[in-house]
Design a protein around this ligand. Sequence first.
Ligand code: F6P
Length: 324
Amino acid sequence: MKKIGVLTSGGDAPGMNAAIRAVVRAGINQGLEVLGIKKGYVGLLEGLYDEMTARSVSDILHRGGTILQSARCKEFKTQEGVQKAVETAKEIGLDGLVVIGGDGSFRGARDLSLAGLPTVGIPGTIDNDIGCSDYTIGFDTALNTVQEAIDKIRDTCRSHDRCSVVEVMGRDAGYIAAYVGLSCGAEAVIVPEKHFDFKKDVLQSIAEGVKRGKEQHLIIVAEGVTKDNISAIDMAKRIEEETGVETRATILGHIQRGGNPSVKDRVVASKMGYFAVELIKEGIGNRIVATKGDDIVDYDILEGLNMSKKLDAELLKISEILSM
Ligand code: F6P
């Protein structure tokens, strides 16, 4: 193993830069040349890269986003795309690759490994929705960003005796909603993992809160619910119509993906990046680096992709009880 590449793919997440830095510097420490592949798999198809040095990753540990940029690449999802990527990798002399991204990116990592380019995946997504890893890079920072935003929404809610419906990201998962639901004291937390009854879980809960003297209300809804059911805006309208409580909707959107990574994200990203190099330097590919509790572990990519984890139901239960 002489030359490895590193790329970021899918939605960016705070801490990806810390992972890039770790791969570059751990690689250099092992005597490897490291190429930074730009714009995810697009860069691998088109041969867009920078030769990385220890200095190319100076001053990025604390920055959000990804210096290598990211993309979702349709062409790479085809057999021809994977073949073309492997050929480009050969042309630029890559012996191995580290891919930082979500589950879509890992499918690509597996295809590359099977086509002859040993590839290791590192979970980087604010959604925390990788089944084989207790934790994904970016989740903690996103939680803190969402919490800070909701605390501010609370201030204005209190000033006007209003209800706020806040939609948070998470794709098809409710991890962000469930954690901030508890940390922000929401009256209702609606996630895709749990069936919800709008009348009982939202309208009734607000009406009962009003009877108990509540003057402000917070409903957190995961985007995975709104895209298939009722939108946050329609939810707010119905709440206002049926409970008489003035209601506003806020869709937090991409603010959740930005910002300087938290301590946790920098530490986990640095450990995962280091660990990925330990595997790839030995020519070991087709692996996902993951966390199990506080430990860093690794799985066969297919095995990892088929694993699932459960949203902690206690979070929702405790939120409900404490929001009385
Ligand atoms: O996977 C991260 C994520 O931010 C999801 O929470 C969200 O559904 C999606 O990416 C948004 O993607 P895009 O930035 O391409 O609109």
